[in-house]
Design a protein around this ligand. Structure first.
Ligand SMILES: Nc1ncnc2c1ncn2[C@@H]1O[C@H](COP(=O)(O)OP(=O)(O)OP(=O)(O)O)[C@@H](O)[C@H]1O
Ligand SMILES: [Mg+2]
Length: 269
């Protein structure tokens, strides 16, 4: 038992022969192989409190997405377990956990309908429409409610996704590099949008995988750095600096050098 929002106990994940040695879907028999196995995550222990904004940083291929999939309940770890709200994760929990990722909008629905879908908990159709419009307005997409996702720019699609997350009011928001396909300026704007989202959803716990150290510095209350595979948690940095944060401030500059150092990127120092 734990009082954390999310608790990872000794999470280890092995893939074997190109297949997931852990069970891909809950309830299926574990797939075994006589061939070599690839340990991706090695004994990950992490506690995350309600309302925290935790960024996960690490080299490509170290297992960040795998870790998020385990927390989302899409993949079962080979060893260890994950708890959310003192309940073991035993599969996807669509009711409270929202996975924010690129391409998650249904392409055959307008963005108004996409956002309305996230409001399934409201019974009254008119109320759902009014709320969906309200969230689209918050991300300045009210004029585009009748557009399909392919008719929007990359940044607008991400804003629609933010409106969907706002509508869903999730307990846990899992975000896996949502802005990687966006240009630099749009990414900067999206940082502000995500901060806004966090401000609106104060109780929501956010786990944010990113390669962008500045993004992590500007957004997070804690940064978790993973080691090379088999990945362990190398270190954590708590960032107790109010928003908006100036990246050029001495405190953040110092933290940035420490993070680069932990990631072994000396060229940037
Ligand atoms: N379904 C799978 N079957 C076998 N191996 C896998 C599978 N999914 C991921 N892997 C392996 O697990 C390792 C970690 O992959 P993962 O996608 O979690 O890394 P990541 O840290 O998210 O990388 P990136 O930053 O590039 O997105 C990689 O070596 C990858 O090849
Ligand atoms: Mg990844």
């Amino acid at each position: 038992m734990s009082r954390s929002k999310i608790c990872l106990n000794g999470v280890t994940l092995e893939y074997a022969n190109g297949h997931n040695r852990a069970r891909r879907f809950w309830g299926l028999r574990q797939r075994r192989s006589n061939g070599g196995s690839n340990t991706v995550l090695d004994n990950i222990n992490l506690e995350i409190q309600r309302g925290e904004f935790v960024s996960i940083l690490g080299h490509s291929g170290c297992g960040k997405s795998s870790l998020l999939k385990i927390i989302a309940g899409f993949v079962k770890p080979t060893q260890g377990d994950v708890w959310i709200d003192d309940r073991p994760v035993e599969g996807p929990r669509g009711d409270h956990v929202f996975v924010f990722q690129e391409g998650a909008l249904f392409p055959w629905l307008t963005i108004l309908k996409n956002v309305t879908l996230a409001l399934g908990h409201l019974e009254d159709h008119e109320e759902r429409l009014a709320k969906a419009r309200h969230y689209l307005e918050l991300v300045s997409l009210e004029r585009f409610e009748g557009y399909y996702p392919h008719m929007l720019s990359g940044g607008m699609r991400q804003r629609a996704e933010i409106a969907r997350a706002l509508a869903a009011q999730p307990d846990v928001l899992l975000v896996d590099e949502p802005f990687s396909g966006l240009d630099y300026l749009t990414r900067l704007q999206m940082r502000e949008e995500i901060l806004y989202l966090h401000m609106m959803l104060k109780e929501t716990t956010i786990l944010f995988v990113t390669h962008d150290i500045d993004e992590a510095l500007q957004l997070s209350s804690r940064v978790v750095i993973m080691s090379e595979p088999p990945a362990r948690i190398k270190c954590c940095h708590t960032i107790d600096i109010p928003h908006p944060r100036l990246l050029a401030s001495p405190a953040l500059a110092e933290l940035r050098s420490q993070i680069y150092h932990h990631l072994g990127v000396h060229a940037a120092l």
